[in-house]
Write a protein that binds this ligand. Structure first.
Ligand code: B12
Length: 164
């Protein structure tokens, strides 16, 4: 399968926004898309119910600076864990900062129990449903800044055969 997308812009942080394969909710993605764009990021939003293979393909082609995964249907801890393992096992996805958030299980505040598991699986940060949007934007600001992204060369990670 081929993911069609525009050529990346170098001056903005490229954020790949996705949900997990089972999740059909969309307003969480619309909200995050707008939030991230308003904070100066370029966003590729893959929409609902994204198969793992499509996320991986998007990482290979779009080469995001950050991956943001949102899930609210209660399967996020399972599907998200599987997804990040797949990405971390691929040369193109191995080192891309990746975060996940939303309603990651069906335990309400008890969903916190999945945090360590998801961090161990490979996410760099896990956000609770009740996190303030500022928590995400501050986290992104703590990553290499937009100015250092501007003008950099788009080197391929070793072993990454992305068709760019
Ligand atoms: C609308 C809705 C639907 C619509 C979705 C339509 C659409 N186009 O999106 C429909 C009817 C299709 C639907 C279906 C289902 N739904 Co529904 N749905 C909702 C509802 C009422 C609102 C969701 C919404 O749009 N919120 C508005 C957006 C903007 O907010 P949000 O989703 O809460 O996301 C916020 C935060 O979670 C957070 N966030 C989310 N992701 C991330 C990521 C990061 C990194 C960060 C920092 C923050 C963050 O920021 C967002 C903005 O504040 C909620 C209940 C509720 N009141 O929340 C249930 C709810 C999400 N649904 C639920 C369920 C179970 C389902 C179904 C499985 C039901 C079923 N048995 O079929 C299916 C899903 C099937 C599937 N394959 O996924 C449950 C999930 C249970 C849980 N996780 O505890 C909820 C919570 C209802 C409930 N109380 O039981 N649903």
């Amino acid at each position: 399968m081929t993911v069609m997308m525009a050529q990346p812009t170098l001056s903005k942080r490229r954020v790949l926004l996705t949900t997990v394969s089972s999740d059909s909710h969309t307003w969480n993605l619309v909200f995050l898309n707008l939030l991230l764009e308003e904070h100066g990021n370029e966003v590729l939003n893959l929409g609902p119910c994204v198969p793992d293979a499509i996320v991986l393909e998007a990482v290979r082609q779009y080469r995001p600076d950050t991956i943001v995964v949102s899930s609210v249907n209660g399967h996020g801890f399972l599907d998200g864990g599987r997804l990040i393992r797949i990405l971390r096992n691929d040369p193109c996805g191995r080192e891309v900062p990746a975060v996940i958030g939303g309603k990651l299980g069906i335990l309400g505040e008890g969903n916190d129990r999945y945090r360590d598991e998801l961090l161990m699986a490979g996410f760099d940060a896990v956000f609770a449903d009740t996190s303030s949007p500022d928590a995400l934007t501050s986290h992104l600001r703590s990553l290499p800044g937009q100015s250092s992204l501007a003008g950099r060369k788009l080197d391929m990670p070793q072993g990454c055969q992305a068709p760019c």
